[in-house]
Every structure is written in structure tokens, then in C-alpha cells.
Design a protein around this ligand. Structure first.
Ligand code: GLC
Length: 554
């Protein structure tokens, strides 16, 4: 298998708005991030993925960009960014930028021009269509509720927006749009950034025309996912690769909603023609999927094992996996698969971090930060949650209390509460009033307390990261072959990692019960050295709730 620095890295995602506020306006900022570089270095990560920091009216917290060459006012200045980049590099940490180019903000100058007249030379930068039967051209829904088409009075046409109406979709079939995007990417690369995380990149190539309605699946509108993996997406990414990516030493990861294993082999092919890796979402859909987000279902461990194993085995040698449970769109895994306890946070981390792929840690995950008890809908800030609540209750499709219960479990805001730095005011995030409520559990879950406790979730993550990055087992953890054990066991996730240099056995009791687990007979050892946990290895193990062990086998 080809070696690469991004295969040997551990990435830490920062959602700047909620990370650290240096100037007391209640919103995190770049100088706040700079002040935490020593913390990140201590954790041991070597790549930061920064959620968008570009100029934005913040309809979707920066995923609606009105200036790709400028920094969001609340976050600071370009000088602050340059300083952040330099200081991170000095600490041995690379910076990967979010690239949001499926859409722009409606306040981006391109769109302002585009909507100004049907003859404007930027008209075709976006997707405009006439009405059909007095209504929108198709039944497609936006992922943030409502139609994906917005009527524009001025020119009497609809424009397409698969997210909010303030996020019009760019028209990638227009070569001028691709030129603009590639020029902008080049500008950031010349600045010395280290890669891109590409927002909903699987949606850039729209379905072939004539366009048809998509299935409504019990909702009011057809699914927006109709546009995933469109006919030209690989062509566009190969062009991007030729014109930009291949000229620099970058790490690239595509956020690919709706990606299948077969599609992932194209996006992240190890021939290097497109991207380095993708985020797939099947495993985080197991407690309620993409098309039916507002449901609460318990994740079944057997299904999770089957799914992650499919990806581990399916991509080995042909593409590369990203390993994640948490990001700014996902409720906290410790509240989904775990029971909010530090023990469950550590167990889930061990299970994921010993796999093949590049791990991503989302801010606060390394502290065991949990979902937040927001209470009434007024306490939510996320456009997706707020719109869904309004639309589904107003249409009489859902009962308020029952829907609020699902939103409490699934809302993206669960990931967006301020980073819990201390047990002091506002969890040490800001001296002002935070833009979103602080999780009330900050007095027990916070970085300051965890840094003083060798047994904390923080130090567990630090250990997992150092095992992967610099230990006698790094080679096995990064490149080794994966083999699942005991697929039918409902509580224990166990697997083997093996390379020429050795063999690891991973056993994680992902349940709040004590269980016994029998190591399958085909796993043999003469000596077993614990490298995570400290239990001795027997054929039959008695495992405590959330106990996780990793042994090096000889
Ligand atoms: C991606 C982002 C999400 C955003 C959406 C639209 O899914 O991760 O936060 O709302 O794209 O840009």
C-alpha cells in the first residue's frame, strides 16, 4: 500500500464559531484558535480541519459564503488567519480548509449579478428555470425544508437551492464557474494551506435533464438527494485534480452525501485522480437515516459492525477510509452509541481509532462532550432544526412534543454548543454572552479538569493518537489489514489488525452491561501485551461495561 502523510495523520475539526472567543462578542474566532494551539499539540493531532471562516451572512453559519477571499468579520482578519497558519505550521500542525462550492450565499457578488437580469453575464453561474404549471419546475425539496426552488420576482424565474434559499446552487456545467472555483482554490494553496474538506461535493453535478420529480417519502417535497453522484461529478473532480490539487502536497476529503462503496472507489481512488478520501454517512444513519432524519432509533451494534466492516474491507488497497462519528452536523456519538459516560466515550474511541483510515476528532469529542438538553425550540439556532420544526408541525405531519424529542436527539446544534474549556463562567468559552447555550454539564466535563486527571477521556484520546502516530504499532494501526471477529455478538466489537510487523487484537464491550466474550479459536497467541487497557488475555473474557482492550499478539 502506498504511504502518505495524510494516511498517517489524525485530524481535529474546529467549528470556529463555538471553539474559543478571544474578544468577548460571544462568537469564537481565529485568535481564539491560535491561543489553543498548545492544547491541540498536547492532544497530539497533526491536522486541523477548519469549518468555513470566509465572509458570510451566516444563514448557515458560514456554509453560505459571500466572499471566498475574505475572512468573516466575527472571526477576525486575514492577518489573523496568516498568523494562525504560521503558528500551526510551527507546531507541526497542518491546516485543511473547508471548501464550500456547491453553492454560494445569495449575497455573493456573483449571485447579486446573476439575479439582476436574465441577460447578465453571470446569469448562468447559477441554475435558473421558468415556472412549470404556475409552480416550481420540480417537486425537489431543500434539505432545510421547503422547496428547493425559489421564485425571483425581478426576472420571473426560479433558482435552485438544495440548502437554504440564501444558498443558491452554482452551475458547475458552466466552465466559467469551474475557472472561478479553481482560481480561488489556487489562491489559498499559494498561501500555504494544506488541503480541502469539500462540502457536499457529491452534489455539484445536477441530474440529467429533463428533470423529474423525486420521491416524496411521506414528506411534503421530493428528496434533495436526487442530485448526489450526478453524471459529471467525477469529470469535474478530475479536472479540479489536474488543474489544482495535483500541483500541491495536499490532503483532500470529500463530504459525499449518498455515497456508496462503488462510488467511493471512484472519488477516493488510490490512483490519485480525484480525492484522497471521502466521508460516507451510512454508519451514522443507522439510528435514523438521511431521508428520514427526525426519528429516534437505537443503533444496533451488529448493523454497525456490518457496515463499518463493509467499508474497511471494501476500500482496502483501492481507496482510503476516513474514520469519524462526530462533526458539526452530527449529534454527539457518546449520546447515541454510548450512555454519556466517560467510559463509553473511551470505548467508542478505541473501537474507531484502531481501524484503517484517517481518524477525525471533532472539537469536544476528546473530552466526552455530550448532546445538550436544549429544551424548547427557541433555544435552538440551527436553520435545519428550526425550519423542520416549523414545517412539519404546521403541516400537521408531526406532533410538537414528539418531534421536539427527535430534534433533541438529532439536531446539529448538539455538536455546536461552546467548547467546554473550564468549570468557570460560560465554560471558559467567552467573557460575553455565547451565541448558543452552553451545555449545563460543563462543570464536570471540561478541558481544565480533564488535563488534571490522568484517567480522563482527553488522555485516552491522546494515547490512541500517539499509538497511531508514533509507537511500535503505528504501522499496523495505519496500514494493517482488518478482520472482524464475532459479527453476531450484540455487545462486543472485536477485530484483528495485522501487517508484516505484527498483530493487534481489539475487544470493545459497547454495552452498559458486564458480558463475557469468547475469542474465536482461529485467533492464536503465545504472548499478549496490553497496549490499551491492562487486562490479561484469556480465551474467555469477562468484560466490564464499556471495557475496551487492545493487545499486541505474538
Ligand atoms: C454540509 C455541511 C453542513 C451545511 C451543508 C450546506 O453538509 O457540513 O453544515 O449545512 O453542507 O453547506
Amino acid at each position: 500500500m502506498k504511504r502518505a502523510w495524510w494516511k498517517e495523520s489524525v485530524v481535529y475539526q474546529i467549528y470556529p464559531r463555538s471553539f474559543c472567543d478571544s474578544d468577548g462578542d460571544g462568537i469564537g474566532d481565529l485568535n481564539g484558535i491560535r491561543s489553543k494551539i498548545p492544547y491541540l499539540a498536547k492532544l497530539g493531532i497533526n491536522v486541523i480541519w477548519l469549518s468555513p471562516i470566509y465572509r458570510s451572512p451566516n444563514d448557515d453559519n458560514g456554509y453560505d459564503i459571500s466572499g471566498y477571499y475574505a475572512i468573516m468579520d466575527e472571526f477576525g482578519t486575514m492577518e489573523d488567519f496568516d498568523a494562525l497558519l504560521a503558528e500551526a505550521h510551527q507546531a507541526g500542525i497542518r491546516i485543511v480548509m473547508d471548501l464550500v462550492v456547491n453553492h454560494t450565499s445569495d449575497e455573493h457578488p456573483w449571485f447579486v449579478e446573476s439575479r439582476s437580469s436574465a441577460e447578465n453575464d453571470k446569469r448562468d453561474y447559477y441554475i435558473w428555470r421558468p415556472a412549470k404549471d404556475g409552480g416550481p419546475p420540480t417537486n425537489w425539496g431543500s434539505s432545510f425544508s421547503g422547496s428547493a426552488w425559489e421564485w425571483d420576482e425581478k426576472t420571473g424565474m426560479y433558482y435552485l437551492h438544495f440548502f437554504s434559499k440564501k444558498q443558491p446552487d452554482l452551475n458547475w456545467s458552466n466552465p466559467k464557474v469551474r475557472d472561478e472555483v479553481f482560481d480561488m482554490m489556487t489562491w489559498w494553496c499559494e498561501k500555504g494551506i494544506d488541503g480541502f474538506r469539500m462540502d457536499v461535493i457529491s452534489m455539484i453535478s445536477k441530474p440529467p435533464e429533463p428533470w423529474e420529480d423525486s420521491p416524496t417519502e411521506g414528506g411534503l417535497y421530493g428528496s434533495p438527494w436526487i442530485t448526489c453522484n450526478g453524471p459529471h461529478v467525477h469529470e469535474y473532480l478530475q479536472e479540479m485534480n489536474r488543474r489544482v490539487l495535483s500541483k500541491y502536497d495536499l490532503m483532500t476529503v470529500g463530504e459525499t452525501a449518498g455515497v456508496t462503496l462503488e462510488e467511493a472507489k471512484k472519488y477516493a481512488n488510490s490512483d490519485g485522480s480525484e480525492l484522497d478520501m471521502v466521508f460516507q454517512f451510512e454508519h451514522v444513519g443507522l439510528d435514523g437515516g438521511l431521508s428520514d432524519k427526525w426519528v429516534r432509533r437505537k443503533m444496533d451494534l451488529r448493523e454497525l459492525k456490518e457496515n463499518l466492516t463493509k467499508w474497511q474491507v471494501g476500500l482496502e488497497g483501492v481507496a482510503w477510509n476516513s474514520l469519524f462519528f462526530c462533526n458539526h452536523d452530527q449529534p454527539r456519538i457518546v449520546s447515541r452509541l454510548g450512555d454519556d459516560s466517560p467510559a463509553s466515550a473511551k470505548c467508542i474511541a478505541t473501537m474507531l481509532h484502531m481501524m484503517q483510515g484517517t481518524p477525525y476528532v471533532y472539537q469536544g469529542e476528546e473530552l466526552g462532550m455530550t448532546n445538550c438538553p436544549f429544551g424548547p425550540i427557541e433555544n435552538y439556532r440551527d436553520i435545519e432544526s428550526i425550519n423542520a420544526y416549523r414545517e412539519l408541525t404546521e403541516a400537521g405531519l408531526r406532533e410538537k412534543d414528539e418531534l421536539l424529542d427527535c430534534i433533541a436527539y438529532k439536531s446539529r446544534d448538539n455538536a455546536r454548543t461552546p467548547m467546554q474549556w473550564t468549570g468557570g463562567k460560560n465554560a471558559g468559552f467567552t467573557a460575553g454572552t455565547p451565541w448558543i447555550m452552553v451545555n449545563p454539564n460543563y462543570q464536570t466535563i471540561n478541558a481544565k479538569a480533564e488535563l488534571q486527571d490522568q484517567d480522563s477521556v482527553f488522555y485516552h484520546y491522546q494515547k490512541l493518537i500517539s499509538l497511531r502516530r508514533r509507537s511500535p504499532w503505528s504501522d499496523i494501526i495505519v496500514y494493517g489489514h482488518y478482520r472482524l471477529l464475532a459479527p453476531e455478538d450484540p455487545n462486543v466489537y472485536s477485530y484483528i489488525r495485522e501487517s508484516d510487523t505484527g498483530k493487534l487484537l481489539i475487544v470493545c464491550n459497547l454495552s452498559p452491561e458486564s458480558v463475557s466474550f469468547r475469542i474465536p479459536e482461529d485467533v492464536q497467541w503465545s504472548e499478549a501485551v496490553p497496549i490499551v487497557g491492562s487486562a490479561s488475555l484469556d480465551r474467555i473474557l469477562k468484560l466490564q461495561p464499556w471495557q475496551a482492550e487492545v493487545w499486541s499478539l505474538v
